[in-house]
Write a protein that binds this ligand. Structure first.
Ligand SMILES: [Zn+2]
Length: 649
């Protein structure tokens, strides 16, 4: 039980504007602040924060509450979790309704955590001084290896002469340092500072000797990156290997240390092990330094390595962060979500980068973080790009980033290897795409992705080497699989039937007419967009009409209705005049009639599409020398869909 005094103190001490400002861009308006509500979609701000009264309120969705409510609601925390989180931010000790003994224990635990932060802070200072010299001390004689590594990455360490130097500022902000050569540099330093080696061991900086007593340094002769939490406390370290000094150099300096291992190169990076203040996968490298930029830009750039982060910051791209040597986790995605709704994945163009991109999808979905992918040329990392072509080149690539789902579809269907692979392999890939689509529950995303997959697959057909190509089949399979609500629609033109143009044109005109009618019903009563039945029915639409529906969703809110101007600005040109006309002069007077007509029209479209599809498959099967397995699978799928309840004649 948390005491009522603590709860009151948390409310009193929490800077509500700063807290909410981490996830909502707030603008001052008189005594309060306004911004776009994080709890419902809107275009104009109806979310107000009143710091004096300590509460927020949304005039749109009526969400209201205190700082504690905000954390509970936004991050899905329980009451106790939210209080603890806010207490930690505000530096308040959570007074539990405890016995004296329990309270003493809690205090001790808190104090021992503080001790660990302090040890890490001292160590970071020691590494910095070893790299560049401190008050009354010169840099370590072998620190030049670290200097050379920084230079190699275009981040030379210069003496501050007062001039503005983004590189120097960045190296300082990231507390870049050098862990000295030898076994006991830090061990000795901590002892001199009166710090027990047990504390150093607890944060993973020191390792107990296996024989006898005493400790030795975990990080030796490495370039050091301090890892901080979002409050800027040093929670861990990451050390990059440096080239070994020669025996001659060592003896001239009178140094002894770990013998260079001839058979095994040291790990390129070593990270601190987990500790009471550091859990893997729950922190992001650079987020503390990037947090303002991330909030302002409304997105973070996620890169693979610590060096990429530092290099990008040094070149003016201040919203870059990295996952700290692990795969991107849901915890990290949620952490980003506290600062911005979106992330751009800027991973290397190699196989590992591609794998990391695919693996990022689940955490992003889980956190509700919108993800885009910026593709780097193979063999180029973000640092190369920024160094050789300047920050603008990075900005351009980030700006051109595509939705993660689009990217994955493209990768599955459009890769060079697709055309050359076997039919079963192609079918497997198409099924993988269908599965991606079916998983997506945001109707806008799904519709966009479907349009995109259509485009890619028709490109395959058009660009196909022979018109009889089996790709037609893949299209059909994709079609049937990508429709979780059993509404196959797309017109599939059987190959070799180009003579059938009249029939084709007539059915196209019909489809367009029915589609426009569906859109019309919605424009008369935009609130139908939120109706489950209607949402399902809309999946039969495609092309421009589908895009118009996406635009309508984006510009509709219950309190404001459909923002006609914005909607029309986004509608594809061929639809524009129909949509504008329908908006000024609606047809239906009652929502229920509009809905019934819409559903009826959607059924019509679906029946037509299925009939066409069936004909196409039949004709294809007659012609193709498909292997029996694929043929059976195809038929099974088609008829399963059909049995799905469209009521075909
Ligand atoms: Zn709201």
């Amino acid at each position: 039980m948390i005491s009522p005094e603590t709860i009151a103190l948390v409310k009193e001490r929490t800077d509500l504007v700063a807290l909410i400002g981490e996830s909502v861009r707030l603008t001052r308006r008189g005594h309060s602040f306004t911004g776009l509500c994080p709890f419902h979609k809107e275009k104009t701000p109806s979310f107000h924060v009143n710091p004096n009264r300590g509460f927020y309120h949304c005039f749109g969705c009526k969400e209201t509450g205190s700082a504690i409510d905000f954390v509970m609601k936004l991050e899905g925390r329980t009451f106790a979790e939210a209080v603890r989180e806010l207490a930690e931010r505000a530096g308040i000790e959570v007074a539990e309704a405890l016995t004296d003994a329990e309270r003493r224990e809690a205090q001790a635990a808190r104090r021992s955590k503080d001790d660990l932060y302090a040890v890490n802070h001292l160590a970071a200072t020691f590494f910095e001084h070893s790299l560049r010299g401190g008050p009354g001390s010169s840099p370590h004689p072998l620190a030049r290896y670290a200097h050379e590594e920084l230079e190699r990455r275009g981040l030379p360490l210069r003496d501050g002469d007062g001039a503005v130097d983004p590189i120097a500022d960045t190296l300082q902000a990231f507390r870049i340092g050098y862990a000295p050569f030898g076994w006991d540099g830090l061990t000795t330093y901590l002892r001199q500072q009166g710090i027990s080696p047990v504390l150093g061991e607890r944060v993973g900086l020191l390792v107990p000797r296996s024989s006898g007593s005493g400790h030795y340094d975990r990080f030796r002769h490495r370039l050091m990156f301090a890892v901080t939490d979002v409050m800027g406390r040093v929670i861990a370290f990451s050390g990059r290997a440096l080239p070994d000094p020669s025996p001659a150099e060592l003896s001239s300096l009178g140094l002894t240390g770990p013998a260079p291992q001839a058979d095994s190169a040291p790990a390129k990076y070593i990270n601190s092990p987990e500790s009471p203040i550091y859990t893997k996968g729950e922190h992001l490298f650079g987020l503390y330094q990037a947090r303002q930029a991330v909030r302002q830009r409304g997105e973070a750039i996620l890169v693979e390595g610590n060096f990429d982060v530092v290099a990008l910051h040094a070149r003016g791209i201040g919203h870059a962060i990295a996952p700290l040597g692990t795969a991107f986790t849901p915890g990290q995605a949620k952490l980003i979500k506290r600062f911005a709704p979106a992330v751009v994945l800027l991973f290397d163009g190699d196989a590992a980068g591609k794998k990391a991109t695919r693996a990022a999808r689940a955490p992003c979905r889980e956190a509700g973080l919108s993800a885009r992918v910026a593709s780097l040329p193979a063999g180029v990392d973000p640092d190369d790009l920024a160094r050789k072509h300047g920050p603008d080149a990075v900005a351009r690539i980030v700006k051109g980033a595509r939705g993660l789902l689009e990217h994955l579809i493209d990768e599955a269907l459009d890769g060079d290897s697709f055309g050359g692979s076997s039919l079963p392999e192609q079918l497997a890939r198409v099924r993988a795409v269908a599965a991606l689509l079916a998983e997506e529950d945001d109707p806008n995303l799904r519709m966009m992705a479907k349009l995109y997959a259509d485009r890619v697959s028709s490109k395959l057909v058009i660009g196909g080497r022979s018109p009889d190509d089996l790709r037609q089949l893949e299209r059909v399979v994709e079609e049937s699989l990508s429709r979780p609500r059993n509404q196959p629609t797309r017109e599939v033109t059987p190959s070799g039937q180009s003579t059938d143009t009249w029939e084709h044109a007539r059915s196209r005109a019909q489809i367009q007419e029915i589609s426009f009618e569906i859109l019309g019903s919605l424009l008369d009563f935009p609130e139908l967009l939120a109706d489950d039945e209607v949402q399902g029915a809309l999946e039969c639409l495609e092309g421009d009409v589908a895009l118009a529906i996406v635009a309508a969703r984006q510009n509709f809110s219950f309190e404001m209705g459909l923002a006609a101007g914005e909607f029309l600005a986004q509608v594809p040109a061929p639809i524009h005049s129909f949509a504008a006309g329908r908006l000024v002069s609606p047809v239906f007077e009652v929502a229920s009639t509009a809905k019934a007509t819409l559903l009826e029209n959607s059924k019509k479209l679906s029946r037509q599409a299925l009939a066409r599809q069936k004909a196409a498959v039949m004709s294809q099967l007659q012609k193709s020398a498909v292997d029996a397995d694929a043929e059976n699978a195809l038929l099974r799928e088609l008829f399963q869909r059909r049995a799905g309840g469209l009521g075909l004649p």
